[in-house]
Design a protein around this ligand. Structure first.
Ligand code: B4P
Length: 194
């Protein structure tokens, strides 16, 4: 089993690259952003609560997303591996993920971290906001809050996995295909060792 975290700030290409990676490597895609947006669309209690945070560009409370991932792991016992997209986003979530995987005798194989400048992130998100209908994409201030949350709460997650030498930085600017090839190269060298 191969378990991968695709890491990076908002707008770095996690969702974009995840779609291509799951197709090539037959991994189960677990995107907390997508899971939360689906709860919002269904107007569940969890979704309505999460929306309050997401619309402001803030992270949703840890317990909510950890619970969602725990359920998703249990629901996919036969997966060939997982691609975690947008999770973990805090040190507490990283510890919880390690523990949940350990209970199943699993672990993270690698964290691929997309490196993109802030100027490019804001440009991409504002552009997506023109068509996505996502309230967190079409406001410059909300986008800046998301990037601030990333620096304050999410970037320490990379330090957590650096301790076990699992982090690889990948240039996240350029064509989608070139970035995909760089990511695939890093996965391929690790897959032969599994
Ligand atoms: P997410 O859904 O995870 O989304 P994201 O960070 O905005 O974007 P992503 O990185 O996937 O987007 P992509 O670059 O692919 O989070 C949304 C919100 O949910 C968070 O702010 C938070 O409130 C909440 N949340 C989610 N997970 C959470 C957690 N674990 N804990 C707490 N809260 C959580 O796409 C961006 C744009 O760039 C697209 O338009 C794309 O087309 C474009 N793009 C991609 N690659 C490009 C390239 N190479 N060149 C040019 N443009 C490119």
């Amino acid at each position: 089993m191969f378990n991968l975290i695709l890491f990076g700030p908002p707008g770095s290409g996690k969702g974009t690259q995840s779609e291509k990676l799951i197709a090539k490597y037959n991994l189960k895609h677990l995107s907390t952003g997508d899971l939360l947006r689906s709860e919002i669309a269904k107007k569940t209690t969890l979704g309505l609560e999460a929306k309050k945070f997401m619309d402001k560009g803030q992270l949703v409370p840890d317990e909510v997303v950890i619970g969602m991932i725990s359920t998703a792991l249990d629901q996919n016992p036969d997966a060939a591996g997982f691609l975690f997209d947008g999770f973990p986003r805090t040190s507490k979530q990283a510890e919880a993920l390690d523990n949940l995987l350990k209970l199943k005798n699993l672990s993270i194989n690698v964290m691929l971290a997309l490196d993109v400048t802030e100027e490019e992130l804001v440009k991409r998100l504002l552009k997506r906001g023109e068509t996505s209908g996502r309230p967190d994409d079409n406001n410059d201030q909300v986008i800046r809050t998301r990037i601030h949350e990333y620096h304050k709460k999410t970037s320490p997650v990379a330090d957590h996995y650096k301790k076990s030498n699992k982090v690889v930085l990948v240039k996240g600017e350029g064509s989608v295909d070139n970035i995909f090839n760089s990511l695939a190269k890093e996965i391929d060298v690790r897959l032969v060792k599994v």
